[in-house]
Write a protein that binds this ligand. Structure first.
Ligand SMILES: NC(=O)c1ccc[n+]([C@@H]2O[C@H](COP(=O)([O-])OP(=O)(O)OC[C@H]3O[C@@H](n4cnc5c(N)ncnc54)[C@H](OP(=O)(O)O)[C@@H]3O)[C@@H](O)[C@H]2O)c1
Length: 341
């Protein structure tokens, strides 16, 4: 199976490294040969020389780290329009386009167009970029269905923790009727520090930034938009609700006070940023949850509860981010696609 990896940051490079380290094992275990045939970053696209040629994933990573991706053989400027890039991918026999480019909900049009161009040429898409899914998931799912090609996005929710796969598996026996949980590790870390160390919001945010959990611009996390993107993906993929991020009622955690956290604690509760999806709607907001329940996770851990038609509740907990973890979700998607062919 021939792959194009778009985005050579933390996740894209980890995908290349995993292709190199696990490729032979995955080939013998699942019968799926994974071949790198193209990569890109914000400035350059590097393509294999022909439909039987391949790129060495470790050479690509080394070139990227040396700032020399644009000087590799087969490199060209990144300014190819989406349809032209898709056409080149088709000519090179690329089966799956892996999108590891940055999530930006306000600038999702170009990556969405790129994915639609790939799907239209029956090139499968694996995305960890949440932007196109949050803003245009119904259209992307329809394009994949219409063109009978795979669209996968395991790494967008829960990083390496198989949150979406758990929801899909549960749906086979019963119906998942509602989902709620913690899908943003940065806000969980901040609220956890506010509760356990009695820090003010600003102090906890500064610590999260120091430890690399929060970006310099923390808006997407603390104002709830990252969680909103993920709840849209969960709602579409698991509940079959065809929504976009515009339909989510979003409240972030900037207004959570030490007093609210203290009064929750006195009642045996903790305040968490809870993403929820059901037929009643999609929400992201700080909520009080049981201190003794599965949603009271420490640090940056994610936790998601699925309510089933029988009333049973199943929870999954794990790390929600990390380059290698998220790249491992990409590999799971690639193997799933490869074993279906
Ligand atoms: N890191 C995680 O733990 C994690 C977990 C789950 C999901 N994700 C998602 O995974 C994606 C990648 O995350 P990351 O941490 O790897 O980000 P990152 O380190 O910032 O890397 C982003 C990469 O995308 C490239 N890029 C930017 N614009 C591009 C364009 N128009 N075309 C092609 N490439 C472009 C950048 O190029 P330059 O190198 O030239 O700047 C960079 O190589 C994001 O959508 C993120 O939300 C990340």
């Amino acid at each position: 199976m021939r792959i194009f990896v778009c985005g050579m940051g933390v996740v894209g490079r980890a995908v290349c490294e995993l292709l190199a380290s696990r490729g032979p094992e995955l080939r013998s275990r699942y019968g799926v040969p994974l071949t790198l045939a193209g990569v890109s970053d914000s400035r350059a696209i590097v393509l294999a020389g022909s439909d039987s040629a391949e790129l060495d994933p470790l050479a690509v990573v080394a070139a990227k780290q040396a700032g020399k991706l644009g000087t590799m053989e087969g490199a060209m400027p990144a300014a190819l329009p989406p349809r032209e890039l898709a056409g080149r991918c088709q000519t090179l026999g690329i089966d799956v386009f892996v999108d590891c480019s940055p999530t930006d909900l306000k600038a999702a049009a170009v990556p969405t167009e790129r994915m639609l161009a790939m799907l239209a040429l029956r090139i499968g898409v694996v995305s960890v970029n949440k932007g196109p899914l949050a803003t245009a998931m119904p259209a992307l799912l329809e394009a994949a269905r219409y063109n009978q090609v795979q669209l996968r996005f395991s790494g967008t929710v829960g990083g390496g923790t198989p949150v979406l796969a758990t929801g899909s598996t549960l749906n086979r026996g019963e119906t998942v009727t509602a989902i709620r949980g913690i899908v943003n590790g940065t806000t969980n870390f901040i609220l956890w520090k506010m509760a356990t160390e009695r820090w003010a919001f600003d102090v906890a945010l500064a610590e999260a930034q120091k430890l690399g959990y929060a970006e310099t611009d923390p808006t997407a996390d603390v104002d709830g938009w990252d969680a909103a993107a993920k709840v849209v993906i969960l709602a579409n993929a698991v509940l079959g609700i065809r929504a976009t991020v515009q339909q989510v009622s979003v409240t972030g955690i900037r207004g959570v006070t030490p007093e609210r956290i203290a009064s929750a604690a006195a009642a045996g509760k903790v305040v968490k940023l809870i993403a929820g999806a059901s037929a009643a709607g999609l929400t992201v907001a700080p909520q009080e949850v049981d201190a003794a329940g599965p949603l009271n996770t420490s640090g940056s851990l994610n936790a998601v509860e699925f309510t089933l038609s029988s009333g049973a509740v199943v929870a999954i907990t794990g790390r929600g981010a990390g380059g290698v973890e998220t790249a491992s979700a990409v590999l799971r998607d690639l193997i799933d696609i490869g074993t279906m062919r």
